[in-house]
Design a protein around this ligand. Structure first.
Ligand code: SF4
Length: 280
C-alpha cells in the first residue's frame, strides 16, 4: 500500500546538489545515479574494483600533493618516501618537468563554487582557480587518466560545462567585479601522461547560454524521475568497473569482460571519474 502511495513521486528531494560527478554518473547509468546519489548506498568493494580503488587513491594523493605545492608547503619528503615505481613519483616528475603555465595573481586551490538551479544547487570543487583580478579567471584541472581526450569531447563534458558555467555565475567575488564576462573565463586541463600538451578551452557568451539551457534541461529531467525511472544502463560493459554490479544482477561474464580492459578503464570514454569530486 505504502509502495503504491510513493509510486510516481520524484525521487530527488529539493534542494539536491548536482555536480559534474553525478551528472556524469547519470549519463553513464541512471541506476548508478540512483544508488550512489539518492539511495546513498555505500560504495561497495568488489574483487574486480580493488585495483581501480587503489588507482583512485593514487590520483587523490596526487591532487593533494599539487594542492600543498600551490600553498608553498614542501612535498619532497612525501615523494622521496614513495617506492621507485610509484605512479605518484612519475606524475610528480611530469608536473615538475612540464608545469602548467600559471598566470600571476592569486591562486585558490580546491575552491568550491555553487549557484542555484531552480530549487536545486549546482556545485563544483575546482583543482585550482587562478585569478587575474578584473581580467581573467582560469580554471585548472589535473588529470591522471590514461586517455588523451578529443577537444570536442572535452568541451562537451559535464566537467567543462559545469566548471565554466559556475565561474561566470559564482566567480564574481574572486574576479573583483559584480559580474564575470564569459569571455574572461578559460579552463585548462593538464595531463600527467601528456604533460607537455595541456588542452585550453576558452569560453564565450554563446557557450554560456547553451550551458545554462543544457544544465536546466538535464536537471529538470533527473528531478522529475520516480525511483523506478532510474533504469540500468543498456551497455553492460559500463558495469565492468561499477562497484554496484551486485545490486543490479549484472554478471561479470567472460563475454562482457572480453570487451573491456579493466586496468585501463573503458576505452571508448576518457576516464572522467579521475578522483570523485565529492563523496558526501
Ligand atoms: S552495475 Fe551496471 S546497471 Fe548497475 S549501477 Fe552499475 S553501471 Fe548501472
Amino acid at each position: 500500500m505504502m509502495r503504491e502511495a510513493f509510486a510516481g513521486l520524484a525521487a530527488v528531494q529539493a534542494p539536491f546538489v548536482f555536480t559534474q560527478s553525478n551528472l556524469q554518473d547519470f549519463d553513464r547509468c541512471p541506476r548508478r545515479f540512483y544508488l550512489r546519489w539518492i539511495a546513498r548506498i555505500e560504495w561497495p568493494q568488489t574483487a574486480l574494483s580493488r585495483d581501480h580503488e587503489m588507482d583512485l587513491l593514487h590520483r587523490s594523493r596526487f591532487h593533494r600533493l599539487v594542492q600543498q605545492w600551490l600553498l608553498n608547503i614542501s612535498v619532497s619528503h612525501i615523494i622521496e618516501s614513495e617506492p621507485a615505481d610509484s605512479p605518484l613519483r612519475l606524475w610528480w616528475q611530469a608536473f615538475l618537468d612540464h608545469p602548467p603555465s600559471l598566470p600571476a595573481g592569486p591562486r585558490f586551490p580546491e575552491v568550491e563554487l555553487a549557484a542555484p538551479m531552480g530549487e536545486h544547487v549546482l556545485l563544483a570543487r575546482m583543482d585550482l582557480l587562478a585569478v587575474e583580478p578584473r581580467r581573467r579567471l582560469t580554471i585548472f584541472d589535473w588529470k591522471t587518466g590514461l586517455f588523451y581526450p578529443q577537444l570536442d569531447q572535452l568541451r562537451e563534458s559535464w566537467q567543462t560545462v559545469v566548471y565554466r558555467y559556475l565561474a561566470v555565475e559564482a566567480g564574481a567575488p574572486y574576479f573583483g567585479e559584480p559580474a564575470v564576462p564569459a569571455d574572461a573565463v578559460e579552463m585548462i586541463y593538464w595531463f600527467s601522461e601528456y604533460p607537455a600538451t595541456p588542452l585550453i578551452l576558452p569560453y564565450s557568451a554563446e557557450e554560456h547560454a547553451s550551458a545554462k539551457e543544457r544544465l536546466r534541461e538535464r536537471i529538470a529531467h533527473i528531478a522529475s524521475l520516480p525511483a523506478d525511472g532510474f533504469t540500468p544502463c543498456e551497455d553492460e560493459r559500463t558495469c565492468v568497473l561499477c562497484p554496484y554490479w551486485g545490486y543490479c544482477g549484472r554478471s561479470k561474464s567472460e563475454e562482457v569482460l572480453a570487451g573491456a580492459d579493466i586496468t585501463a578503464g573503458q576505452a571508448d570514454e576518457w576516464d572522467w571519474s579521475d578522483i570523485p569530486e565529492f563523496e558526501y
